[in-house]
Design a protein around this ligand. Structure first.
Ligand code: COA
Length: 139
Protein backbone atom coordinates (compact mmCIF):
# COMPACT_ATOMS: atom_id res chain seq x y z
CA UNK A 1 0.00 0.00 0.00
CA UNK A 2 1.42 3.41 -0.98
CA UNK A 3 2.18 6.14 1.59
CA UNK A 4 -0.38 8.31 -0.22
CA UNK A 5 -3.08 5.67 0.28
CA UNK A 6 -2.19 5.24 3.99
CA UNK A 7 -2.40 9.01 4.51
CA UNK A 8 -5.73 9.12 2.71
CA UNK A 9 -7.06 6.33 4.95
CA UNK A 10 -5.87 7.71 8.28
CA UNK A 11 -7.41 11.10 7.50
CA UNK A 12 -10.79 9.41 6.95
CA UNK A 13 -13.18 8.07 9.58
CA UNK A 14 -12.74 4.35 10.40
CA UNK A 15 -15.91 2.30 10.81
CA UNK A 16 -14.33 0.61 13.82
CA UNK A 17 -11.36 1.29 16.11
CA UNK A 18 -10.36 -1.37 18.57
CA UNK A 19 -7.47 -2.41 20.86
CA UNK A 20 -6.64 -6.13 20.66
CA UNK A 21 -6.12 -7.86 24.01
CA UNK A 22 -3.51 -10.44 25.14
CA UNK A 23 -6.15 -13.20 24.70
CA UNK A 24 -6.08 -12.42 20.94
CA UNK A 25 -2.40 -13.43 20.57
CA UNK A 26 -1.20 -16.47 18.66
CA UNK A 27 1.93 -18.52 19.48
CA UNK A 28 4.13 -16.07 17.56
CA UNK A 29 3.09 -13.24 19.86
CA UNK A 30 1.11 -11.60 17.04
CA UNK A 31 -2.65 -11.11 16.82
CA UNK A 32 -4.62 -14.05 15.35
CA UNK A 33 -5.61 -13.72 11.69
CA UNK A 34 -9.10 -14.91 12.68
CA UNK A 35 -9.46 -12.03 15.13
CA UNK A 36 -8.59 -9.50 12.39
CA UNK A 37 -10.97 -11.18 9.94
CA UNK A 38 -13.74 -10.99 12.51
CA UNK A 39 -13.16 -7.22 13.06
CA UNK A 40 -13.26 -6.72 9.27
CA UNK A 41 -16.54 -8.65 9.03
CA UNK A 42 -18.04 -6.60 11.89
CA UNK A 43 -16.97 -3.28 10.30
CA UNK A 44 -18.12 -4.44 6.87
CA UNK A 45 -21.48 -5.46 8.31
CA UNK A 46 -21.93 -1.99 9.85
CA UNK A 47 -21.10 -0.27 6.54
CA UNK A 48 -23.16 -2.71 4.46
CA UNK A 49 -26.22 -2.13 6.67
CA UNK A 50 -25.89 1.62 6.04
CA UNK A 51 -25.72 1.07 2.29
CA UNK A 52 -28.49 -1.56 2.24
CA UNK A 53 -30.60 0.48 4.69
CA UNK A 54 -31.31 -2.70 6.64
CA UNK A 55 -30.10 -6.21 7.42
CA UNK A 56 -27.31 -7.85 5.45
CA UNK A 57 -25.32 -11.09 5.49
CA UNK A 58 -21.73 -11.73 4.39
CA UNK A 59 -21.83 -13.79 1.19
CA UNK A 60 -18.17 -13.73 0.12
CA UNK A 61 -14.69 -12.74 1.27
CA UNK A 62 -12.19 -12.40 -1.57
CA UNK A 63 -8.66 -11.22 -2.15
CA UNK A 64 -7.63 -11.19 1.51
CA UNK A 65 -4.05 -10.09 2.07
CA UNK A 66 -2.28 -10.24 5.42
CA UNK A 67 0.39 -7.58 4.85
CA UNK A 68 2.04 -7.29 8.27
CA UNK A 69 1.47 -8.63 11.80
CA UNK A 70 -0.57 -6.78 14.41
CA UNK A 71 1.36 -6.42 17.67
CA UNK A 72 0.20 -6.00 21.25
CA UNK A 73 -0.45 -2.37 22.13
CA UNK A 74 -1.37 -1.56 18.49
CA UNK A 75 -4.64 0.30 18.01
CA UNK A 76 -6.46 -1.17 15.04
CA UNK A 77 -8.59 0.95 12.70
CA UNK A 78 -10.90 -0.69 10.17
CA UNK A 79 -11.87 1.34 7.08
CA UNK A 80 -14.59 0.37 4.59
CA UNK A 81 -15.16 1.83 1.12
CA UNK A 82 -17.92 0.89 -1.28
CA UNK A 83 -16.48 -0.67 -4.46
CA UNK A 84 -19.67 -1.84 -6.14
CA UNK A 85 -23.41 -1.86 -5.52
CA UNK A 86 -25.34 -4.52 -7.40
CA UNK A 87 -29.04 -5.32 -7.32
CA UNK A 88 -29.00 -7.01 -3.90
CA UNK A 89 -25.30 -7.03 -3.03
CA UNK A 90 -22.66 -4.52 -2.03
CA UNK A 91 -18.91 -5.09 -2.22
CA UNK A 92 -16.64 -3.26 0.17
CA UNK A 93 -12.88 -2.76 0.18
CA UNK A 94 -11.88 -3.20 3.80
CA UNK A 95 -8.48 -1.98 4.95
CA UNK A 96 -6.99 -2.38 8.40
CA UNK A 97 -4.30 -0.03 9.70
CA UNK A 98 -2.40 -0.55 12.97
CA UNK A 99 -1.43 2.56 14.91
CA UNK A 100 1.84 2.00 16.77
CA UNK A 101 4.05 3.98 19.19
CA UNK A 102 1.18 6.22 20.34
CA UNK A 103 0.35 7.37 16.82
CA UNK A 104 3.94 7.81 15.55
CA UNK A 105 3.59 4.95 13.07
CA UNK A 106 0.73 3.67 10.89
CA UNK A 107 1.13 0.19 9.42
CA UNK A 108 -1.29 -1.29 6.85
CA UNK A 109 -1.88 -4.83 8.12
CA UNK A 110 -4.77 -6.38 6.19
CA UNK A 111 -6.92 -5.71 3.17
CA UNK A 112 -9.81 -7.59 1.60
CA UNK A 113 -12.89 -7.42 -0.58
CA UNK A 114 -16.08 -8.37 1.27
CA UNK A 115 -19.50 -8.83 -0.35
CA UNK A 116 -22.72 -8.49 1.63
CA UNK A 117 -26.28 -9.24 0.53
CA UNK A 118 -29.25 -7.12 1.65
CA UNK A 119 -31.84 -9.36 3.30
CA UNK A 120 -35.60 -9.12 3.67
CA UNK A 121 -37.56 -10.39 6.67
CA UNK A 122 -37.50 -13.93 5.27
CA UNK A 123 -33.67 -13.72 5.05
CA UNK A 124 -33.83 -13.70 1.24
CA UNK A 125 -31.99 -11.20 -1.01
CA UNK A 126 -33.62 -7.75 -1.16
CA UNK A 127 -33.02 -4.94 -3.69
CA UNK A 128 -30.75 -2.20 -2.37
CA UNK A 129 -32.47 1.22 -2.52
CA UNK A 130 -31.39 3.26 -5.57
CA UNK A 131 -30.66 6.27 -3.30
CA UNK A 132 -27.66 4.42 -1.82
CA UNK A 133 -25.85 4.42 -5.16
CA UNK A 134 -25.74 8.22 -5.30
CA UNK A 135 -24.81 8.42 -1.63
CA UNK A 136 -22.07 5.79 -1.41
CA UNK A 137 -20.58 5.20 -4.89
CA UNK A 138 -17.61 7.39 -5.82
CA UNK A 139 -18.37 9.50 -8.93
C1 COA B 1 -26.87 -14.42 1.33
C2 COA B 1 -27.89 -15.43 0.74
C3 COA B 1 -29.28 -15.16 1.31
C4 COA B 1 -27.89 -15.21 -0.76
O1 COA B 1 -28.77 -16.17 -1.32
P1 COA B 1 -28.57 -16.65 -2.83
O2 COA B 1 -29.69 -17.56 -3.16
O3 COA B 1 -27.17 -17.09 -3.02
O4 COA B 1 -28.81 -15.28 -3.60
P2 COA B 1 -28.50 -14.90 -5.09
O5 COA B 1 -27.91 -16.01 -5.89
O6 COA B 1 -29.76 -14.23 -5.58
O7 COA B 1 -27.36 -13.79 -4.94
C5 COA B 1 -27.62 -12.59 -4.25
C6 COA B 1 -26.51 -11.62 -4.54
O8 COA B 1 -25.30 -12.12 -3.97
C7 COA B 1 -24.28 -12.18 -4.97
N1 COA B 1 -23.46 -13.34 -4.66
C8 COA B 1 -23.87 -14.60 -4.39
N2 COA B 1 -22.81 -15.38 -4.15
C9 COA B 1 -21.71 -14.60 -4.28
C10 COA B 1 -20.30 -14.83 -4.18
N3 COA B 1 -19.80 -16.03 -3.88
N4 COA B 1 -19.46 -13.81 -4.39
C11 COA B 1 -19.93 -12.56 -4.67
N5 COA B 1 -21.27 -12.29 -4.80
C12 COA B 1 -22.12 -13.30 -4.61
C13 COA B 1 -25.04 -12.34 -6.27
O9 COA B 1 -24.23 -11.93 -7.36
C14 COA B 1 -26.21 -11.44 -6.03
O10 COA B 1 -25.81 -10.08 -6.17
P3 COA B 1 -26.66 -8.98 -7.07
O11 COA B 1 -28.11 -9.13 -6.73
O12 COA B 1 -26.12 -7.66 -6.61
O13 COA B 1 -26.34 -9.28 -8.48
C15 COA B 1 -27.47 -16.92 1.05
O14 COA B 1 -26.34 -17.25 0.25
C16 COA B 1 -27.12 -17.10 2.50
O15 COA B 1 -27.98 -17.08 3.37
N6 COA B 1 -25.81 -17.27 2.79
C17 COA B 1 -25.33 -17.37 4.17
C18 COA B 1 -25.02 -15.96 4.70
C19 COA B 1 -24.40 -16.02 6.06
O16 COA B 1 -24.91 -16.69 6.95
N7 COA B 1 -23.31 -15.28 6.25
C20 COA B 1 -22.64 -15.17 7.52
C21 COA B 1 -21.89 -16.38 7.85
S1 COA B 1 -20.23 -16.35 7.28
Amino acid sequence: MSDERINELIKSQPVLRVAPQPRDLNNNGHIFGGWVLSQMDIAGGIMAARVAQGSTATVAIEAMSFLAPILTRDIVSVYAEVERIGNTSVSLRIDVVAERNRGEEHVPVTSGLFTFVALDEAHRPRTIPESSKAKYLKP
